[in-house]
Design a protein around this ligand. Sequence first.
Ligand code: VGL
Ligand code: ZN
Length: 197
Amino acid sequence: MTALIVIDMQNDFCPGGALAVAEGDSIVSGINALMKSSNAVILTQDWHPADHSSFASQHEAQAPYEMIDMPYGPQVLWPDHCVIGSQGAAFHPELDVNRADMVIRKGFRREIDSYSAFFENDHTTPTGLEGYLRTRKISSLLLAGLATDFCVAYSAIDAAKLGFDVTVCMDLCRGIDLDGSLEAAKAQMQDAGVSLA
Ligand code: VGL
Ligand code: ZN
């Protein structure tokens, strides 16, 4: 059984949002179409407290897109985005959310960021998605959404490491591309055994 996992199709990652991905909104209709032909649909939702440690605003003298060392490793500092309950954290208004069987929220612990749909950025704290998929007997995954080089790539690589058969629909993803992060993410996904379609 195959599931479609739609990563972070939220207002803040679309044009006009706090952490806008170029053309982020252009993939919504294609994702809606793919949902119609999928027998399981899962949405992820980036969901941060207002004082989240990944926000540059929480660190004196640091600007968005700078790096910081967290106890779990290097972390990019972001503009405040996807704050719990805000319009920015809401799904894109045209996303067909009624098609979703399950919505998984991530990044709700102040101390730790969570790009992947499976594990937080310490690579050990689980979100619970693996258990959900296994109990539904889902073994293959199609991924689409935002952003290719962060949450999509981290999710795809973790899924492949967990033994799922993973395909990323590259034309239904858009990237942030910080310092070549898009090319690096593609190479890392391929090395992990992810198919890029
Ligand atoms: C994302 C940066 C921060 C993403 C989420 O969805 O790719 N990127 N939070
Ligand atoms: Zn985030």
